[in-house]
Design a protein around this ligand. Sequence first.
Ligand code: FMN
Length: 265
Amino acid sequence: MLTKLGPVTFIKSLARILSGRPQTPPSLSDNELLGIILKRRSVRSFADQSIPDDVFAAILEAGRLAPSTVNLQTWSFAIFTDSSWRETFGAAIPFRGKRAVIVMGDTHRDKLVADVFPYSPLVEYTIAVMNASLAAMNMNVAAEALGVSSVMLSETGRSGLLDVGYLREKLGLPDGVFPLMTIVFGYARGAHPPMPPKLPLDQICWSGQYKETDRALMEDWWAQMQAGYKAGHPFSSFEAQLRLYMSKIGQAEADLRKIVFYGER
Ligand SMILES: Cc1cc2nc3c(=O)[nH]c(=O)nc-3n(C[C@H](O)[C@H](O)[C@H](O)COP(=O)(O)O)c2cc1C
């Protein structure tokens, strides 16, 4: 899956990453919201500065007001300060963030009044994932607008999708409630990291029939992914990170099956 990068490819790939910029049409370059969305980055280094309660409340409100299928709001947010996170998980919030939200799909709550998707667990699960992910992104963008940075985590810190069984026990989650990701919030320490390699618009957009992506372009992008990871983690590798993900996937798959198909257990 991964070929070892030679030094020339490594340097070329890094140069490509560092020259990447969001492409804002000049006529819209002063649009504030667009600027916030395009300049957002996942931040993994936070300053020792608290997030005021009203700022965090506004971030949560942005999540609450997100769009959802039939307005079912199939989500739950477990919210943490650095001390409540420490009490729960026995460690600091990853990357020493100041607040954290574990975003969950929640098909348990609306069952109190209606069974909207009987006998269709995959549709129900997919809808809950979609909705909760939109709520997560609303929180992420609201945070950016308020000067607060964030990173979404599905593995780091055992608090996302890949640790679903562990979190179910830890947080006493009923059937139908499944963690998707943790969003860690804080004020960024230092400059934003460079934009990681994003695929070009003309490779991901098409009209009419599906357009196969250019293989050489994908290989180039993959080399950039490896080089970017190596530059940010000199003592690790992209390969080691992928291996870690893979080592957890089997258990996560089994735990998720129990949750998604709980009616058939
Ligand atoms: C659902 C989701 C899960 C993620 N999980 C992790 C994670 O476990 N650890 C991590 O360091 N970054 C994680 N990320 C952040 C991605 O690595 C990041 O979004 C991606 O590299 C693109 O960078 P950008 O957000 O700066 O555009 C996650 C992002 C998403 C959306």
